[in-house]
Design a protein around this ligand. Structure first.
Ligand SMILES: Nc1ncnc2c1ncn2[C@@H]1O[C@H](COP(=O)(O)OP(=O)(O)OP(=O)(O)O)[C@@H](O)[C@H]1O
Length: 629
């Protein structure tokens, strides 16, 4: 027997390579979700809970330097497997997921892995470079200088082939920007900024033409060969793509029918009696063979039997036995490579830098779109035109009391509605980006919501001043600067409250339409019950009177009416039998004590805005960070 003798140097090199190879091991991973069965109106108690096994006993090992594709028909569990690896699953997970001998936790994933989801969540008005620069400022360590950040961004732009579109706008559903393929690349580039060890990608090639898809997978393969673990899910890969892959895993109904090197795929299935026909793409062919065809009962029976045969055969196969063995070793070994898991974000950006980055990104995104910008500034003032045309100058006759109440009613209801409209149109895109970045551990709910509120402040102030300046002086409300200031302040708070309330419901409901109708309903009901402008609050039935204290309009109504009517002299025309000569008398009749409550009422308006913002944070917290695929 020949004995090969290695020099100490050679042994050291092999040992070093072994140490530097990073491994992601899954051992007997199962994932079960619970679902309510039956119609929703039966209620939680009457609807049985059904457990669904999404993944069953998955064992696989991924190594750095390899690109692995996860294939399977729709619903086979590909996305769920990525969710489990990245600790984003919502059901119960059993089995082990280990990275370099460490059980995978959320913190490890945030430090070492990047997850590129199916949908691109990007701000439409930023350029590709700006998108990457802002994200880099959120991701890279706090001591990274601006020139290093720029260099890193440039490297990633080159790596993902985005050089030609680096300074083009990203675009979105309405604004035309870069192409779908380029947008996918930007999403991937974002995840590469942190130089992750593990890159998980859910359908990175969906919606791309075959040429672009091949280029993208080639970039990912290059990235893997430079020492990363790359795992992607993919539908119908072309044979060109097949040649770029190192490893493939085929999932069917949550179980593996194959997981091994691409060169082992055809021989393995050939041994089972299923050689790949000439001119067929092996991936397509074997995914197809592994799936159940439910078009008719006979087909379903045969394909189910074949699927079960594949699953059983793979469990018993040498490839799987070896994978189980190595994965077991990986998950049992003492953590000899603990030093490899030092946190990359331990010196992450400071809170101030994160806050400033989010804030300036929101501002730039808003300034870039004329439509959004004008909507924020002019939506409320535009409404003023209707008021002015309809009411004109009010004067001080007895009939003007009625007109004043009408104007005050509009002043109390319209600003919150404008807040609702602006939030519904402009908040969801920010929220969806936040969901992704919060999942990546970049910043928290309070940081995001406070930054959002601050970025709308100047616009609220400006639109309120334009609105109130014209409305107040043209209609001829109580002519002092102080009263004008109080009127403007009340309008500001009402608009702010309308927007924060909508933000709250956009945290509760994903669907902006649902948030819109809920907020509008609450606002409309609140003004009817509590403003005192439609019905005197003192004449309401007791429960409604108590309820009126719970709405902001109780306080804003009192402010607006007292601000206008106190000490205002009216003329008494000879044909009017019952005359109110002074606004104070009107207040004594319908809003008693309101002039004395100004401070309390303004404190209430401010508190409502702050409290609604805090409730919005709670709503986001309770509803959790959604997985928007
Ligand atoms: N949280 C959940 N609640 C209920 N069912 C779930 C949940 N997560 C996954 N499933 C179910 O598990 C199955 C696998 O879903 P998954 O999204 O992982 O499939 P997929 O292979 O990625 O499909 P596609 O290729 O169509 O994206 C589906 O039938 C899905 O409905």
């Amino acid at each position: 027997m020949d004995v090969v003798v290695f020099s100490k140097n050679q042994v050291d090199v092999v040992q070093q390579e072994l140490d530097e190879t990073k491994t992601l091991s899954l051992l007997h991973v199962s994932y079960v979700v619970k679902q309510w069965a039956g119609p929703w109106w039966k209620g939680a108690c009457l609807r049985p809970v059904i457990s669904k096994t999404v993944l069953n006993q998955i064992t696989m090992q991924l190594k750095s330097g390899q690109i692995t594709a996860l294939l399977g028909n729709s619903g086979s569990g590909k996305t769920s497997l990525l969710d489990v690896i990245s600790c984003r699953s919502s059901g119960s997970v059993t089995g082990k997921v280990y990275y370099n001998n460490h059980e995978v936790t959320k913190a490890i994933i945030q430090d070492h892995a990047s997850y590129v989801m199916q949908a691109d969540r990007l701000l439409p008005n930023l350029t590709v470079r700006e998108t990457l620069l802002y994200t880099a400022r959120l991701k890279l360590p706090g001591n990274t200088s601006y020139s290093d950040i720029k260099n890193k961004v440039q490297t990633v732009i080159m790596e993902m082939g985005l050089k030609n579109v680096a300074d083009s706008r990203v675009g979105g559903q309405i604004i035309r920007g870069i192409s779908g393929g380029e947008r996918r690349r930007v999403t991937i580039a974002i995840q590469l900024l942190q130089n992750p060890d593990i890159v998980l990608l859910d359908e990175p090639t969906s919606g791309l033409d075959s040429h672009t898809a091949r280029h993208l997978v080639k970039s990912l393969a290059d990235m893997a060969h430079n020492g990363k673990i790359v795992l992607l899910t993919i539908h119908q890969p072309s044979s060109d793509i097949f040649n770029l892959l190192d490893q493939v895993a085929i999932l069917t109904s949550g179980e593996l029918t194959f997981c091994g090197g691409t060169n082992e795929l055809v021989p393995y299935f050939s041994k089972l009696g299923y050689p790949c026909p000439h001119y067929m793409n092996p991936l397509d062919y074997y995914v197809d063979l592994s799936s159940i065809d439910r078009r008719d009962p006979n087909l379903e029976k045969t394909t189910t039997e074949r699927q079960q045969h594949f699953i059983r055969s793979f469990i018993a196969s040498d490839i799987n036995v070896e994978a189980v063995q190595t994965a077991t070793e990986d998950t049992l070994q003492p953590s000899k490579r603990r030093q490899l898991l030092s946190s990359k974000r331990i010196f992450g950006p400071s809170k101030v830098r994160v806050f400033y980055t989010i804030l300036s990104r929101m501002n730039v995104n808003l300034f870039r779109d004329r439509k959004d910008y004008f909507s924020r500034i002019f939506l409320l003032p535009l409404f003023m035109v209707f008021i002015l045309v309809f009411l004109g100058h009010l004067g001080l006759k007895q009939a003007s009391i009625q007109d004043r109440i009408g104007l005050i009613y509009q002043s109390a209801t319209v600003p919150p509605f404008m807040g609702i409209l602006n939030a519904v149109a402009l908040f969801p895109v920010q929220r969806n980006l936040f969901y992704r970045e919060c999942r990546d551990g970049l910043y928290s709910i309070p940081t995001f919501l406070v930054a959002y509120t601050i970025h709308i402040f100047p616009f609220l102030v400006l639109s309120t001043i334009i609105f109130s300046s014209a409305t107040y002086w043209v209609t001829g409300l109580y002519p002092t600067a102080e009263r004008f200031g109080l009127y403007t302040a009340a309008i500001f708070f009402l608009q702010l409250w309308g927007e924060t309330l909508t933000v709250l419901f956009l945290g509760v409901f994903l669907d902006p339409n649902l948030a819109n109708s809920t907020t509008a309903l609450i606002q409309a009901a609140a003004v009817v019950i509590s403003s005192g402008l439609l019905k005197n609050v003192a004449t309401l039935v007791k429960p409604l009177e108590w309820l009126s204290w719970g709405f902001i309009h109780k306080y804003s109504g009192e402010i607006l009416v007292a601000n206008e009517f106190q000490d205002l002299e009216f003329s008494c025309e000879s044909f009017v039998s019952a005359c109110i000569p002074n606004g104070t008398i009107y207040l004594d009749l319908y809003f008693p004590g309101s002039p004395d409550h100004m401070k309390r009422n303004f404190a209430a308006l401010g508190s409502y805005c702050v409290a609604t913002l805090i409730f919005a944070m709670v709503a986001f917290k309770i509803r959790g960070i959604r997985n928007l695929y």
